[in-house]
Design a protein around this ligand. Structure first.
Ligand SMILES: *Cc1c(COP(=O)(O)O)cnc(C)c1O
Length: 520
């Protein structure tokens, strides 16, 4: 067997192929092209020291995150630093790192913290941070062409086909988040329903108005996707749910029949894998059967819930999702990949390309060389230039392994159950929705008749934020403001829920005293 080359050997081989490695040629080149005009450090050693300091700063921040406040509002003078005039002259990198440490680092949104439970946000990991630094250093443009970063991105698609039990030939694309991934899916479904001519002729060329179907619990970004696709958000039918928060099939079947009778063209059904409000799942097998019967595109918004596929105890929830045509998901939520890392996967790679492939002389493909390769990512989504989101995702899968990542997901659900039990047995609070997954919606209980619980819940949430103790968020359930804790952070422990619960109880008592004495 041939001896494997060392990294030094490889670098020497590469350099020996470059004409610049000839010292005479090199000297002439450097005189002609004035390399001192570039933006690289003049003193690499000094820069390296600052770069290491920046890395240490972030590692220290992450290591001590638990001892810090979840959130604090940035003071006026700090905010004022970001209304400064355009710098005409450069500053020293060390000075900028100091400014970052003083004026940016302490005033983050808090989602690194174990007691952050607001909205649906991931906690990130040091592994993902390092990978993102490497990706930034590489500065790869992942719109297309023939380079290894695209193989890494294809690797993520292949892993998802394993996780979701999708065909190996499926195609996938990184985008900012599930909002854009849902838009990508709606655009594929549109092109599939109307044919490729609709891309040039517009939606009216199909002759009939397209319609889509989703439950009323769906994320607002789906409405926005209908708006942006030109189909129109009025033609997204939002259907009622049952007591589990799942779409009602009778209402869905009726809506499709009504639209057909009215001369419209039903095109896409969107199922939810984990709704934002309560973490509910739609019945995917029934939706897949219906879509097959009615010849409709079946998409799943699986922003966080699709990754239940990675946790054996949660996997039954996504049964039937493997029959979807497209799935939208985020790696930046439950998989803890640093922002942003959304993804759309499509079972039919050709349908995917038909929706986005376009020609341009400057994008033409060559049989060999850097412009080689068949499907480029720019053929699969709206972006041309795009960064290397796949690397931090690849590092995350490789560093932790699918089992441990799945276990982290399952763990957040067990922690949510613990909080649910604390609330159920509390005289002061009540659960507002069944806890199926990792989302706990709760409310203060009335102590006096006619008490405005919505206002109290709202005040408790703001109070917890401002004290820096915990960060749940607020949502509306049946039109009423309730406190919502979504547990996604891998750093969150059972005992953090005791702490959150006690802090909410204390806050409620304090606020009631204040409200009673008329102080607002
Ligand atoms: C978070 C979320 C979205 C939006 O995803 P982004 O990554 O924020 O664009 C859509 N649907 C659901 C169910 C979500 O939880």
């Amino acid at each position: 067997m041939a001896k494997r080359p060392t990294p030094q050997h490889l670098i020497a081989m590469t350099q020996s192929r470059s004409p610049l490695s000839d010292p005479l040629h090199r000297a002439k080149f450097e005189v002609e092209f004035q390399p001192e005009a570039d933006l690289d450090p003049q003193d690499w050693e000094a820069f390296g020291a600052e770069a290491h300091r920046a890395l240490d700063l972030m590692l220290d921040h992450l290591r001590t995150i638990r001892a810090q406040k979840v959130w604090q509002d940035a003071p006026k003078d700090v905010r004022a630093r970001f209304r400064a005039p355009l710098p005409q002259k450069g500053h020293d990198i060390g000075e900028l790192i100091d400014t970052f440490a003083e004026s940016i680092l302490p005033y983050g949104s808090g989602n690194l913290h174990p007691l952050f439970a607001g909205w649906v946000q991931g906690g990130g990991t040091p592994v993902g941070m390092v990978a993102d630094m490497l990706a930034a250093g590489l500065n790869a443009n992942c719109g297309g062409r023939n380079h290894i970063a695209l193989d890494v991105e294809r690797q993520i698609t292949l892993w998802l086909t394993e996780i979701f039990n999708f065909p190996r030939e499926s195609s996938g694309i990184f985008v900012t988040g599930t909002s854009v991934a849902n838009l990508v899916a709606v655009l594929i479904a549109r092109t599939d329903a109307l044919g490729i001519d609709a891309r040039s002729g517009g939606l009216a060329s199909g002759g009939r108005q397209l319609t889509g179907y989703v439950s009323q619990e769906a994320h607002v970004c789906i409405e926005k996707a209908f708006d942006m696709s030109g189909i129109g958000s009025d033609f997204l039918r939002k259907l009622p749910v049952d007591s589990n928060g799942a779409i009602r099939l009778d209402a869905l079947t009726e809506a499709i029949a009504r639209d057909r009778a009215d001369g419209l063209q039903p095109a896409i059904v969107i199922g939810n894998a984990g709704t934002v409000n309560t973490g509910a799942f739609d019945p995917f097998d029934a939706l897949a059967d219906l879509c097959a019967k009615e010849d409709l595109w079946f998409h799943v918004d699986g922003a966080f819930g699709a990754l239940c596929a990675m946790a054996p105890e949660l996997r039954p929830l996504i049964k039937g999702m493997e029959r979807a045509d497209t799935i939208a998901l985020d790696f930046h939520k439950w998989l803890q990949v640093p922002y942003d890392a959304g993804f759309a996967i499509c079972r039919d790679a050709e349908a995917h390309q038909r929706a986005f492939m376009s020609s341009g002389a400057y994008l033409s493909r060559a049989p060999r060389g850097l412009a080689a390769g068949e499907a480029w990512p720019c053929d699969l989504g709206p972006d041309l230039s795009r960064g290397f989101r796949a690397l931090k995702t690849w590092f995350t899968f490789q560093a932790f392994g699918a089992e441990r990542l799945g276990e982290t997901i399952a763990q957040t659900c067990r922690i949510a159950q613990h909080l649910a039990r604390l609330i159920e047995t509390s005289p002061r609070f009540k659960l507002c929705a069944p806890v199926k997954l990792n989302v706990v919606c709760f409310s203060a209980k009335a102590e006096t008749p006619g008490e405005d619980l919505g206002a109290l819940n709202r005040a408790i949430v703001m109070d917890l934020h401002e004290s820096g103790v915990a960060a749940p968020s607020l949502t509306l359930l049946d039109g009423r403001p309730v406190i919502r804790a979504a547990i996604l952070n891998h750093r969150t422990r059972l005992s953090d829920m005791d702490f959150l619960f006690e802090a909410a109880t204390a806050s409620a008592a304090r606020l009631r005293t204040r409200l009673r004495s008329g102080i607002r």
